[in-house]
Ligand binder design. Sequence first.
Ligand code: NIG
Ligand code: FE
Length: 390
Amino acid sequence: MTTTAITNIGSLVTNDPALGDGSLLGLLTDAAVVLDGEKIAWVGPAAKAPAADESHDAQGRAAIPGFVDSHSHLVFAGDRTQEFNARMSGRAYSAGGIRTTVAATRAASDAELEANVRHYLREALRQGTTTFETKSGYGLTTEDEARALRIAARHTDEVTFMGAHIVSPDYAEDPAAYVDLVTGEMLNACAPHARWIDVFCEKGAFDGDQARAILTAGKAKGLHPRIHANQLSYGPGVQLAVELDAASADHCTHLTDADVDALANSNTVATLLPGAEFSTRAEWPDARRILDAGATVALSTDCNPGSSFTSSVPFCIALAVRDMGMTPDEAIWSATAGGAAALRRTDVGFVREGARADLALLDAPSHVHLAYRPGVPLVSEVWQRGRRRV
Ligand code: NIG
Ligand code: FE
């Protein structure tokens, strides 16, 4: 296997305090990283780097672990420009808009859906994302949900079954029958293609009891739970996530003190998705409050055509720092190691020996520029599984 030394890294975020200056980000200056096949073989001061087959000069740029985007909805067709325009003229966001994308997705061919996933993934990769999770949830029939998962699984291991995105329009008169479908035939067809199960626990989608029934049925089929929780209103989602040991409670915009306490005393990560608040003109989640309580926070895009049509983790970092009370270091940790924690992974989100060789080089002297220079395409080079991809 060929080894490659990336040398002359001005400032390197490792996320391993033992490797660097002892800070959260384990920062190393004048660093080098040696890649061996798909893995990282060595990290340390450039002056001490072992010999490698090939050498690549980072020219003093900053480097970070590739972003781990632990929440996206990439299997869809069409867009919702009109709905966005209406919102920006004052209309409120509601879960009902999801139906527009369900209709477009059902009507699309496999090839169209596949091309869409590829398109948004390439977009994300160019902005530094090297690991991503993605969900079904715009099919809402057994066939359409299974199809979405099959397509997603061609691109990532982090595939989530979300037949419980909203009650299918075909079951508008009988939501209980839809929950039966999701926990029965649909789950049977979908479970082999997924690692996770997710529910939108919200008024207008699924209540706490329905969400518990769906996630419990998923667990019995070997899927691990995660929940869209407390996005549009206060509700039972976060407590349910903790009760079921979900890997992540996503959104966490409307939290009581008891919700924050529950997260802080659990293994459930609070995944914050500021693209959604940006794009729905909603109140920001209070990251400061959640972090100060001691909970783990992940930062992800929620990329979807309705509530958050961005594939850009750097954009989310800038929003989190400007409007959610996070420091740049906390935001970058949350978008890398935090995303990994939300997927219960330790092999990504870090630059250390044995981790996957996923790195983003920035056209900047420090990772802080990701928040300091919002909207500027600073990701200038991306390595994924030891290969240069951008
Ligand atoms: O995470 N909250 C529910 N689901 C998506 C929105 C989906 C849509 O509007 O199409 C979200 O924001
Ligand atoms: Fe979402």
